[in-house]
Design a protein around this ligand. Structure first.
Ligand SMILES: C[S@@+](CC[C@H](N)C(=O)[O-])C[C@H]1O[C@@H](n2cnc3c(N)ncnc32)[C@H](O)[C@@H]1O
Length: 210
């Protein structure tokens, strides 16, 4: 994963930001409050847009990312947000039952189905009973848009190596459901939003731990 860390460090050193509004995470803040949540882990926080929204709403946020450059940026811009450089594809360095919610916005679609299922099982482990895993990943509709100009090699079904060296996984609902099979209740939704000036297609999931 060192190679992936280098790619992401380069991406965040460039000064380019992900530009999108925070409607998605904002729409869940009331749910988090009504369930009495306090402690939230974010995986792959990037430049910290979701972390900032959750922290501003009063939650204790631990924002993590594989990129040390991204983490340093979030740490200096958001003193109320705790930060840590974590590769989610390794064991998450937290005790079982540490968090009320885990959030991953467009950060867990870089792995094979097998590795994704392993990561999600680890997320399940670090959640408290009654906790929620909230995530968005690339939808396979994105693949139709990206595959002509951005696929170097198909590694497995809908999992590709792209021109910039990143691996990208485009999920269909059965694939994502399978990866989340350790959760007792999963609600999936196909969505889209504007990111960096274009419409991006995503699969959204809310997965509940009993
Ligand atoms: C498309 S960006 C999304 C960033 C952020 N969640 C947002 O919504 O703006 C993907 C993020 O996932 C992070 N990432 C990629 N692979 C990762 C890994 N193995 N462990 C942790 N973070 C990872 C990247 O560094 C990057 O910040």
């Amino acid at each position: 994963m060192i190679e992936q860390q280098t790619i992401w460090d380069k991406r965040f050193s460039g000064g380019k930001q992900y530009v999108y509004d925070t409607d998605w995470i904002d729409s869940y803040l009331g749910v988090f409050k009504s369930r009495g949540y306090r402690d939230i882990l974010e995986l792959g926080c990037g430049d910290g847009r979701c972390a900032a929204a959750m922290s501003k709403a009063g939650f204790n946020v631990l924002a993590t990312d594989i990129s040390i450059v991204a983490i340093k940026k979030v740490a200096s811009a958001m003193p109320d947000v705790a930060t840590e450089c974590v590769d989610m594809s390794n064991h998450l360095p937290y005790d079982a039952g540490s968090f009320d919610a885990v959030v991953s916005n467009l950060s867990s679609h870089y792995f094979s189905s097998e590795k994704t299922a392993e990561i999600y099982a680890d997320v399940h482990r670090v959640l408290k009973p009654g906790g929620i895993f909230l995530l968005r990943v690339n939808d396979d509709r994105e693949y139709q848009i990206n595959k002509l100009n951005d696929t170097v090699e198909e590694l497995s079904k809908n999992y590709v190596l792209s021109s910039n060296g990143k691996r990208k996984h485009y999920f269909d609902t059965d694939d994502l459901k399978g990866c989340l099979s350790c959760f007792s209740n999963v609600v999936l939704d196909k969505g889209s939003f504007r990111c960096n000036g274009r419409k991006k297609y995503v699969l959204e999931a809310v997965a509940y731990k009993e």
